[in-house]
Structure formats: structure tokens, C-alpha cells
Design a protein around this ligand. Structure first.
Ligand SMILES: Nc1nc2c(ncn2[C@@H]2O[C@H](COP(=O)(O)O)[C@@H](O)[C@H]2O)c(=O)[nH]1
Ligand SMILES: [Mg+2]
Length: 518
């Protein structure tokens, strides 16, 4: 939320005050229990794509919104949805009846791609093949899908400007509204402002959402009733404390201009209004301002070094239970942060965020920071996966059976065509082929049906977040490439030793699967 820092820092009674809960009272840690550590439940585990030794990490950094501050999409995204509709109607000339629309917060999922020009919503696999496609809320037939996206010679990048990626939970409301508008335009062509084609409608929705974040519409409502919009997670403060006690520096880099007052004492450096992902570019020349905590006023700095104001020394907020001053800044770039934390190599930094592009992909690609992605959806996904493990095995067996039958059919057809057979043999072979073809059709139909049902247990429309059919989804592919670690909640870090050596599981190529089964 782009709002004044002053609101939070200056008014200690404001909303986030209630959230931190425990202020660091140490409970026995799951990893340090005398029995030698207990098993961590599957939904809370940290999964590793790339080896990461926490002993080599000097500074652990955090994003704030949807990472430390766990917004409740059901209420928070509904708020964004309602605010956006009002702006569309009152500022952008959309019809009044939009005000009666409602939001199904569960309908859209992360990883989807909006085709702005065609009004379609797509889920694709890691090769960028479109596997599930809807026009508005209307499922596209296989023929339509292949006709529109199936050309394997002209491969689309499926990126901006013609496509929009739903890569943060903040985008769920705008994706849903876009689908609603597409349906509405198709059935009421005269009611949408004349100039508005699908792409224009997307642009209007984007501008309206943006405006809700900028003008304080959302912030004001959240401030009045924070518990309605943000999940209280009392394990965050102990987790931050544990990291600091183990010798790691901690920092916060958020695009928001506000931050939770109760967390400040557990960070060495706080940077608000960071304008990620631009923040991660070394050549970013954005000025770094120091925030005067009591007033929220900004002071110029010389690359992070305080510039004494005439007649005034530069004050620091000295926080309870901490000898070191917490330094709070706004703006700047990664160069400033590295200097403030005395970071010599990017690989000494672990950054934890929720935005696969803005937090993870850019910081990894541009800087080589180590990264951890927070995926709240993962907890439910892995639990379901566990409960469906036997069905998944059966599906694999069915798929193998279908392959074997197909091979047999090919073999027998070849035999029929090229072998010198008598009439009787020909008849027998043909009958055999008919039988196999009917068996293949049966297996294929039940396999398709069971696979669909299995996916629908994860999500009725889009299926499993990390898979598209048998392939990894595009989202999963990005997670695999750019997130060294991933987990469902940031506080899962406290379930592991702060010196843990995270190691990935073994990679398997297709030729190894049958030889080295698990
Ligand atoms: N101006 C816009 N701000 C947005 C939009 N979507 C989210 N946001 C705000 O960004 C920060 C994210 O904070 P971070 O801690 O995750 O870096 C938060 O304040 C959101 O309100 C948008 O579309 N436009
Ligand atoms: Mg965030």
C-alpha cells in the first residue's frame, strides 16, 4: 500500500500494533528438541531446489506484504475488488450494474496468464503449451485452444505487453474482474464504453486496481479492522529473533511505505517504498532517504550515511530490547543496502518474498541473491497430494497400460499389412486389433476422467497449482528455476536450525525413472 510511513511509525496505536503477539519468548524449538528434532508436518516443510548453507548467509531479508504480513485473500482481495469496481463505474464510465457483481476469491489462482487482446485466461505447462483455456468463464474447446495457441512454429512468449501474469495474490481480484467483464461485453456489447475492447478493459481494470493501492482506499479500511484482513502470526517475532541471535543480520525491503512497528526492533535495516523490482538493479540511481521515525519526515542521506541537518543531529530510533539503532529508509537501491549491511557478495544474502517476479526472479537473475519463495497455497496442495498419492499411482499405471496397448496395436497393424497371412490369420489379427482398440478407448477415457477428477480436487477449474497434466506448470517451472527454497509460510523458517544446510533432492531424468525407482 502506498501510504504515508508516518501513519504507522508516528501512531503506535495503529493497526499492526496488535499483530506481533509474543515478543520473543523462546519456546523449545522443533529442531533443537532433546530427542534430536521432530518431524515437521509436510505442509510446513521448506523445500529446496538449490543447496543453501545458512552458515554462509550473512543477511536474511524479508518482503512484507503477503510474506510477513499474511493478508487474507478472502477479505483483502474482496476489498480490492469492490474498490476497483467503484472506480470503474464512477471514474471510468462503466455501467452501474457492475456495482451488483460479486467476487469468488477462490476462482483465480496464481500462475495463470491473461490474454488481454482475446479475453482469455490460460494455464500453461513449463514448455508454455496452453493446457487449460477459458474465454471469460467459458471453457475453450480443444479445437479452439489448438487453433489459437497450438502453432508450434510461432511460439508466443506469453509475456507483457499482450499478456498479463497472475504472479502475486494481489492480482486475483483483477483477473476475476477481467473475466467478468469479458463475459459481460460478449453478452451486452452496447453496455461497455465504446472504445473498450478486451485489452482496453484490462487496462482500465489495472489502472483502477493501481489507484486503489495508491490513494489509500485499501489502507484506510485495513487500518480500521486489521484482524479482518491480516492473519496474526505470533511465530514471526520469535523467528526474526532466532535469526538475529544466530548472528544473521536481518532486513526488510518492501514496496509499501508503511511497516509493522512491532517488527522494527528485529531488523538492522528497513527500506520502505523500495520500488522493487527496479530496486534490484545496480544501476538504479534512486535516492535513499532516511525516515525520521517520530514524524515520518524524510531526510536526505549520502548513500545511506546520515547528512546532518543544519542545527540538528541525525536521530535514530532506539528501540526497546535492542542496543543497536534500527535504521529506516525509503527508496534507494540494492547498492545502498549492500553498503549498509557490509555485504561483499550477493550470495551472502537470502531474500524471502511472495512475488515470483518482483521478489524472487529479479533478485536472483540480476543479483544472484539466494531466494526463498513463500507460497501459502502450498500447504493445502502438499497435504492433498499426500492424501491422493495412491490415486496418482493408479493414474500412472493406467497411462502405462494405455501406452502398452497402443504399442501392441501398432505392432499388429504392421503385422497385418506386411506379413503374408492366410484369410483365417488375417481375420484373427483384425479381431485382435478391434479388441485392443476398444480396450485402449476404455483405458483412455477412464484415465482422462480420473486425471481430471484428481486435478479438480486441487481446484475445480485450474487443477493442481504446480502441475499441468503430468508436466510442471509454468509457475512451478519458475519456482524451480528461481527460488532456492520454497515453503508455505515465512515462519516455517523457525522450524529449522538457523544454521541448516538445505540440500535439494536428487534430480531424475526420464531415462532414470524406471531404473532407479524411489
Ligand atoms: N500502486 C500499486 N501498488 C500495489 C499494487 N499491488 C500491490 N501493491 C502494493 O505493493 C506493496 C507490496 O509490498 P511488498 O511488501 O510485498 O513489497 C503493497 O503495499 C501493496 O499494497 C498495484 O497494483 N499498484
Ligand atoms: Mg509481497
Amino acid at each position: 500500500m502506498d501510504e504515508s510511513y508516518k501513519t504507522i511509525i508516528g501512531d503506535k496505536t495503529s493497526e499492526f500494533q496488535h499483530m506481533a503477539g509474543s515478543d520473543g519468548v523462546q519456546e523449545p524449538r522443533i529442531w533443537s528438541s532433546p530427542e534430536g528434532g521432530r518431524k515437521i508436518e509436510i505442509g510446513k516443510q521448506i523445500f529446496c531446489n538449490r543447496s543453501l548453507n545458512m552458515r554462509n548467509i550473512l543477511a536474511v531479508g524479508f518482503d512484507m506484504d503477503y510474506t510477513l504480513a499474511q493478508y487474507i485473500p478472502e477479505t483483502f482481495e474482496s476489498l480490492a475488488y469492490e474498490g476497483t469496481i467503484k472506480k470503474l463505474v464512477y471514474d471510468l464510465g462503466y455501467p452501474q450494474e457492475l456495482l451488483g457483481w460479486s467476487f469468488d476469491w477462490k476462482y483465480m489462482v496464481r500462475g495463470l496468464v491473461l490474454d488481454k487482446k482475446r479475453g482469455n485466461i490460460l494455464k500453461m505447462d513449463r514448455h508454455k503449451y496452453v493446457k487449460v483455456a477459458y474465454h471469460g468463464f467459458q471453457e475453450m474447446s480443444k479445437e479452439e485452444k489448438v487453433g489459437t495457441y497450438g502453432n508450434t512454429l510461432i511460439r508466443d512468449s506469453f509475456d507483457e505487453p499482450d499478456y498479463a501474469l497472475i504472479d502475486t495474490l494481489f492480482s486475483l481480484a483483477e483477473a476475476y474482474l477481467f473475466a467478468q467483464l469479458v463475459d459481460f461485453k460478449d453478452s451486452n456489447p452496447g453496455k461497455i464504453p465504446e472504445r473498450a475492447d478486451y485489452a482496453r478493459m484490462y487496462k482500465d481494470v489495472r489502472a483502477a486496481v493501481d489507484s486503489c493501492h495508491r490513494d489509500g482506499t485499501l489502507k484506510q479500511t485495513v487500518t480500521k479492522d486489521p484482524r479482518r484482513y491480516i492473519n496474526e502470526d505470533t511465530s514471526i517475532v520469535p523467528m526474526l529473533k532466532m535469526l538475529r541471535d544466530s548472528g544473521h543480520s536481518t532486513f526488510l525491503v518492501t514496496n509499501s511505505r508503511a511497516c509493522n512497528f512491532d517488527w522494527l526492533m528485529y531488523f538492522d535495516i528497513v527500506i520502505t517504498g523500495s520500488a522493487k523490482p527496479g530496486f534490484f538493479h545496480e544501476d538504479n540511481r534512486a535516492n535513499l532517504f532516511e525516515v525520521e521515525p517520530e514524524s515520518g519526515m524524510l531526510r536526505n542521506t549520502d548513500n545511506g550515511t546520515p547528512m546532518p541537518q543544519v542545527g540538528n543531529s541525525s536521530p535514530r530510533i532506539v528501540l526497546k530490547k535492542s542496543n543497536a539503532p534500527c535504521q529506516i529508509f525509503q527508496g534507494g537501491s540494492v547498492g545502498h543496502l549492500h553498503k549498509l549491511l557490509s555485504i561483499e557478495s550477493s550470495s551472502q544474502v537470502l531474500y524471502v518474498g511472495d512475488h515470483i517476479y518482483g521478489d524472487i526472479l529479479r533478485s536472483k537473475k540480476v543479483l544472484g541473491w539466494r531466494t526463498m519463495l513463500v507460497v501459502p497455497e502450498l500447504e493445502r496442495e502438499v497435504k492433498l497430494l499426500w492424501s491422493l498419492r495412491n490415486s496418482r499411482k493408479l493414474l500412472r499405471l493406467m497411462r502405462n497400460e494405455r501406452d502398452q496397448i497402443e504399442d501392441q496395436i501398432h505392432h499388429m497393424k504392421w503385422f497385418l499389412k506386411f506379413e503374408d497371412l492366410n484369410v483365417d490369420q488375417k481375420q484373427k489379427t483384425s479381431d485382435g486389433i478391434d479388441e485392443l482398440e476398444s480396450r485402449r478407448d476404455q483405458v483412455r477415457t477412464s484415465h482422462q476422467q480420473d486425471q481430471r477428477e484428481c486435478h479438480q480436487k486441487f481446484h475445480k477449474i485450474w487443477g493442481q497449482l504446480m502441475k499441468t497434466g503430468y508436466q510442471n506448470s509454468r509457475f512451478a517451472h519458475q519456482v524451480e528455476r528461481f527460488a532456492c527454497l520454497y515453503t508455505s509460510q515465512v515462519s516455517n523458517l523457525s522450524l529449522y536450525s538457523p544454521y541448516k544446510y538445505y540440500r535439494p533432492c536428487e534430480d531424475f531424468m526420464p531415462h532414470e525413472f524406471d531404473i532407479l525407482p524411489l
